[in-house]
Design a protein around this ligand. Structure first.
Ligand SMILES: C[S@@+](CC[C@H](N)C(=O)[O-])C[C@H]1O[C@@H](n2cnc3c(N)ncnc32)[C@H](O)[C@@H]1O
Length: 500
């Protein structure tokens, strides 16, 4: 059910009755499933022609991949399935982090942020984390030797666990997490980030395929309230971005108050510092420069933003804009709010952690991987930090800020530790197994599908085994990609796949 109030409110945006009718019908249909390839996990080049056969190995399921409405998204595909015998989320390809399930429009914003090699990027409203994975993957694909850092932040504690699962499944070790009010970043870290994604909390008018409540219970007062939060967060993001850095502001909603009007206000407030840049998509929807009598963006600026419409693009509703910061901004009018938020984490916030990082730890970890698996870990790419019981693989870019800020989680766990031993964890396999030449084995597609749902497999099924004698840990490789670790116990391979 779509509320009449909402239809009246978007009439000036969709502009004619035919579009309104088409919109109403489209906003009741389910969307096609789509997936995004995790390039740094599966690609060695830019050729996507054989992606289905070479990397995703969709047989025996008889699924097909096809290009989405946005030809620019080379790594995003619709997936069609004649028979649904397994949930996409339970496939070995998904659980080993080869692809990520993401709605097509939702995947747009992260593509338009300009991120330099080795850059420090903030995803300020990040939960559950689809766009963080995209950004971290972009940094790792750009230059694996300069993994940079994607800082995941969200105010909502409940959604942190989903982040943890997503980051561990895809092994995006160049990430870290905080739970703060996004409007704190402006005063906390002015001009610190190379780029910031503000995928703002919004009224969700474009997400009917997840829940119909936004369209059913639409109220103008709620829109105005959420727009105030959006403005605070975007203002803080502008302050926290370096001069010449970029900010992408996006929402999954259609109304002008949360989209064009927010940008209009900020461009007026900082006329010498901000400029809108083109969101370069061939398939953009109609733009607006006015809402009834209210002037919004100029035509020149309005055309630069992208709007996705369910009745035109067959995607969720989305708005994407890109801002270039040309000069420093002076502290704006949200100081009071910022000060309150500067306590970082409000009531109920997760406790933050301190981590050990030392030359001694680095040496011990590198020696362990060299002795056990013949792996030489490159110090430029991989750094290590430890909590009481685990060692995490992190990006070297995190080291200057480690323990200086209230960080809740970092990187991915690779080793369990006590005072005198290490044991490898699942993510060590995902990250390093393909580099191993000792205590390693190849697992077939069929066995891997069993392994990802936590079943043990017979040791005799593995090939290319280089296991030394005895009960021992080994690294598992599939199609030359690291997929996990296992423990050989007699004739069995004990399951050590990531548990939720
Ligand atoms: C549209 S969702 C983000 C989706 C996410 N970018 C993704 O791709 O998975 C907006 C998020 O903003 C968070 N949020 C709301 N108010 C916030 C604030 N003041 N500071 C930081 N995050 C906030 C919400 O908890 C919610 O997770």
């Amino acid at each position: 059910m779509i509320s009449d109030n909402f239809i009246d409110a978007i009439r000036p945006i969709l502009q004619d009755e035919q579009s309104i009718e088409a919109y109403k019908q489209a906003a009741q249909r389910p969307l096609k499933k789509s997936l995004k390839i995790i390039n740094s996990r599966v690609r060695d080049n830019d050729n996507y022609d054989n992606i289905a056969d070479d990397f995703l190995q969709l047989t025996p399921w008889d699924w097909t991949l096809s290009a989405t409405v946005f030809a620019e998204l080379k790594d995003q595909f619709y997936i069609d399935r004649e028979t649904i015998d397994i949930a996409l989320g339970k496939t070995r390809q998904h659980l080993c982090g080869f692809f990520y399930l993401q709605e097509v429009a939702a995947s747009l914003p992260a593509n338009f942020l300009d991120i330099p090699e080795g850059g420090i990027v903030l995803d300020v409203c990040a939960a559950p984390g689809g766009k963080t994975v995209q950004l971290a993957d972009r940094l790792l694909s750009k230059n694996p030797n300069k993994p940079g850092l994607v800082w995941w932040n969200d105010i909502d504690r409940k959604r942190i666990q989903t982040w943890w699962t997503n980051i561990n499944r895809t092994s995006m070790y160049n990430t870290m997490i905080t739970q703060m009010d996004g409007s704190a970043f402006g005063n906390l870290l002015p001009e610190f980030f190379d780029a910031i994604l503000v995928d703002a909390p919004c009224s969700g008018e474009g997400t009917w395929f997840k829940s119909d409540s936004a369209l059913k219970w639409w109220k103008e007062e709620s829109i105005n309230k959420i727009a105030a939060t959006q403005e605070h967060i975007l203002t803080a993001a502008i302050k926290a971005t370096k001069v010449w850095g970029s900010i992408v502001y996006s929402t999954c909603t259609l109304n002008h108050i949360e989209n064009e009007w927010i940008l209009t206000k900020l461009l007026q407030k900082y006329p010498d510092s901000l400029e809108l840049e083109e969101v370069a998509l061939a398939q953009k929807s109609e733009w607006i420069t006015h809402y009834e009598d209210q002037a919004l963006l100029t035509t020149h600026d309005a055309q630069k933003c992208a709007r996705c419409r369910p009745h035109i693009h067959k995607t969720g509703g989305f708005f994407v804009s890109k801002i270039r910061k040309k000069a420093a901004v002076t502290t704006g009018s949200y100081d009071k709010k910022d000060k309150a938020a500067k306590k970082y984490s409000g009531r109920g916030a997760m406790q933050y952690m301190t981590y050990e990082h030392s030359k001694k730890l680095t040496k011990e970890v590198r020696n362990y991987f060299a002795d056990q698996f013949g792996i030489t870990l490159d110090e430029e790419r991989f750094a290590f930090a430890a909590s009481k019981h685990k060692v995490y693989c992190v990006s070297p870019a995190i080291l200057p800020i480690l323990n200086t800020l209230p960080i809740q989680k970092i990187g991915v766990p690779i080793l369990k530790k006590t005072r005198d031993w290490f044991r490898p964890l699942h993510n060590a396999g995902l990250l390093f197994a393909h580099l191993a030449n000792k205590n390693t084995a190849t697992i077939s597609a069929e066995d891997l599908q069993e392994y990802v749902v936590h079943k043990d497999i017979p040791a005799a099924n593995l090939t290319n085994m280089t296991l030394v004698e005895g009960n021992t840990y080994c690294m598992l490789v599939h199609k030359n990609k690291g997929v996990s670790v296992a423990k050989r116990v007699g004739d069995n391979i004990k399951n050590k796949f990531l548990k939720r």
